[in-house]
Ligand binder design. Sequence first.
Ligand SMILES: *Cc1c(COP(=O)(O)O)cnc(C)c1O
Length: 486
Amino acid sequence: MKEPLIFDLSRNGRKGYSFSPLDIPGRPAEQLLPSRFLRKEPPALPEVPESEVVRHFVRLSNLNYHVDKNMYPLGSCTMKYNPKINDYTADLPGFAALHPMQPETTVQGALQMMYELSGMLSEIAGMADVTLQPAAGAHGELTGILLIKKYHEKLGRPRKKLLVVDSAHGTNPASAALGGYHTVSVSSNTLGRTDLEDLRSKLDDDVAALMLTNPNTVGLFETEIRTIAKMVHDNGSLLYMDGANMNALLGLTRPGDMGFDVVHYNLHKSFSAPHGGGGPGSGPVGVSERLVEFLPTPIVEKYEKNGKTGYRLNSARPDSIGRMLNFYGNFSVLVRAYTYIRMLGAEGLLRVSENAIINANYLLSRLLDHFALPYPKPVMHEFCLSGDRQKKAHNVRTLDIAKRLLDFGYHAPTVYFPLIVSEALMIEPTETETRETLDNFADALIAIAAEAENDPEKVLAAPVTTPVRRLDEAQASRQLNICCTL
Ligand SMILES: *Cc1c(COP(=O)(O)O)cnc(C)c1O
């Protein structure tokens, strides 16, 4: 279906508004504004009645793919369903109508919510304290890296290198570079986990920290995490966890107990704030005892005075790395995460992770016979398949499979990531999908695998049902390169 531009729907004089006449006596509009601000010609705005404006935008929203429409199997991104009650609480006037410059005494409820959320996140990950300031996962990484840097500087032995495992999310090495570090890549082994020998060979006294994702981006738990933590700490280095995908661990185990010194969370993934399209997100950072003094300011504190409890913002922390964001973080995302955690409680959070893991393993079991699996199962909350079999036999690439899924009414999984898996198809069903939805999605992928074998042209021509057919990927990437060089 093609949707015309709103300008094409416009008809002269068919306007969708009616204003009262200007009622400042004796003052035509021309006199109210300095003449240099007045337009010569009225702006060429479309003239469309309200009913048609609403229908136009509803039709456009239907062309879009979103998690309220169907499953969104984007590995690593945790596109789970976001309960609507989160939006209700974030919209309460007591939260939504606050101004960030209001005096502390008038925002006690908001400060209490932040204080409690950071306490709950500390408990969930087993960390000593949590800052809510960072605006996204990558911003949390940068914050964590600056904390690590300050720690080594204060000890009087600044270090230059950060180790990052080769399966890591691209933001890890990017944040390391932003933090002024030289990145050294550590290999994965044949089981998809950190190669301890390679790690040992790279741990020298210039290594500030190791950045790890656990479970890692192929959905596997780092079973030797205690050994890794000991190796890293014995070297005087710190251990960073990319905790963007905490929904595999909630209530089951805690990064703090594994020996991590820093962890960032993605509230807009694991704690159910809508995301995609550029924001807003929230990437709080949890730290172990030795990094608390460096956390960004201001810190929300609780105090007792004359038998009454109050909350205040404390900026008097001499060793703090300073501010990471204006004001106090993306507040509405914090309200959503707070609501989500309070609605579920400890028991509910545990069920989240159990179901995320069961769903991933169930879906994987249905697909095992049809696609190559690069590393042995079982997996945690997501898994990574390879399209190698289809590519070798029929020259159908993962890209083609992803395009064909659009015809079946699904968003594509993450493709070609992580980089250690060739023709990677990375799938995260999340805990919010029913067995029927998982079965339907598996049926679609299995049907595509059969098409790749019997009618590869069909897959190569996909998508055929979308408003825009296949783009010229080669040209698109050339243009992208031009944009990046500019
Ligand atoms: C999403 C993600 C990030 C980055 O988070 P943003 O909020 O997009 O900056 C980092 N690491 C992993 C593993 C992720 O899945």
